[in-house]
Design a protein around this ligand. Structure first.
Ligand code: FAD
Length: 318
């Protein structure tokens, strides 16, 4: 079922979460071990992230450095299909990115999803690879997620890249996109970010999942700005519990988000990662309860494939 239909048919806040594919060489059992403890909370859908290739330098005994391109977390398409096969009641939402994909690669990925019966996607641009400042699309790839949304919508209308194809099968994808309550790092201001967000909605995206935030007011303000701009689709808040002492320094760097002073103080008073883990759980429970009161359609948790904190949060909230 489409995520948008799941939301419109429900009169309560739904539960969903995001998983990362395991690191290359690890077993898919890790994915199931993250999902199983959360099944009792009746998740409506599970997102599976997509990871672009990275450049790494391997040092040889001679001292020479060899430049290698590797994908550390492959398998998004197969993991999505495996989840659907093992948990038939679950909808799966694979992420699809522009980075590393030509338009033709994108078309082949969409054909695979279509054949697998996967009808929900999160369309993203992707970040530049580690250590590189600017995002560089493939020579025939999409520079922004907008192009990806447009390509998916064209396939929903039976239009493939090869215009000579006749009697094509129209796909039936429900497309989600990312939103940034604290603004995307590259945007000069909120107005720009919103203009491009609206372009993706006008192109056919049906829902938004937000970047993590730790102050609900950022989400409330974002929703108000979106509604004023004429964006009416569901805006799903993304939540990540702080899990270690270092998270208060790492998360702002990686995701360009702010950690509220009260949360910083609470974490700084912790002596161990275990204590910080518990503070993160309590903070996210409070955030979740307030968001439910606000009437959010879904609470979406970024698990980083560790489900114990999400299990404790879900049991307090749902
Ligand atoms: P875009 O919509 O392309 O926007 C990128 C920037 O360009 C923004 O600043 C925007 O304002 C601007 N912009 C957009 N359109 C135009 C235009 N036409 N002209 C000029 N400027 C424009 N990354 C991954 O690699 N894999 C994942 O699985 C993944 N999952 C994510 C899940 C969520 C919920 C979120 C919030 C992010 C995720 N990301 C993931 C990170 C995401 O790919 C990055 O934040 C990326 O930098 C931006 O992606 P986007 O789809 O928002 O980009």
């Amino acid at each position: 079922m489409k995520i948008t239909d799941k939301i419109s048919r429900s009169d309560k806040t739904l539960f969903s979460f995001e998983l990362l594919p395991p690191l290359k060489g690890h077993n898919i059992e890790r994915v199931y071990q993250a999902i199983d403890p959360l099944m009792e909370f009746d998740p409506s859908f599970i997102n599976v992230t997509y990871h672009q290739e990275e450049v790494v330098y391997k040092k040889h005994p001679s001292g020479l450095l060899e430049k290698k391109t590797i994908r550390k977390r492959p398998g998004t398409v197969a993991i999505s299909a495996a989840i659907k096969y093992k948990y038939p009641s679950l909808e799966v939402v694979p992420h699809l990115i522009c980075g590393g994909f030509s338009k033709e690669d994108t078309e082949y990925a969409l054909i695979d999803f279509h054949y697998l019966g996967i009808n929900n996607l999160l369309a993203l641009r992707g970040d530049p690879p580690k250590g590189i400042r600017d995002f560089i699309p493939e020579p025939d790839g999409h520079p922004y997620a907008l192009g990806l949304v447009e390509q998916i919508v064209r396939m929903n209308n039976g239009l493939y890249l090869d215009e000579d194809l006749r009697n094509t099968a129209a796909t039936n994808f429900c497309v989600g996109i990312a939103g940034y309550p604290e603004k995307h790092i590259e945007s000069p201001n909120f107005a720009y970010d919103l203009k491009y967000l609206k372009e993706k909605i006008d192109a056919g995206a049906g829902f938004i999942i937000t970047q993590m935030f730790f102050n609900n007011q950022d989400y409330f303000d974002f929703v108000n700005r979106c509604r004023e701009a004429g964006i009416t689709v569901p805006i799903i808040p993304g939540l990540k519990p702080v899990a270690t002492l270092r998270d208060i320094n790492i998360l702002p760097q990686v995701f360009n988000i702010d950690i509220p002073e009260d949360l910083v103080k609470e974490i700084q008073q912790c002596k161990t990662n275990e204590q910080a883990f518990q503070v993160g759980i309590e903070w996210t429970i409070n955030q979740s309860k307030e968001l439910i009161k606000f009437g959010v359609p879904v609470l979406h948790y970024f698990t980083i494939s560790i489900s114990e904190n999400i299990r404790q949060i879900a049991s307090a909230v749902f």
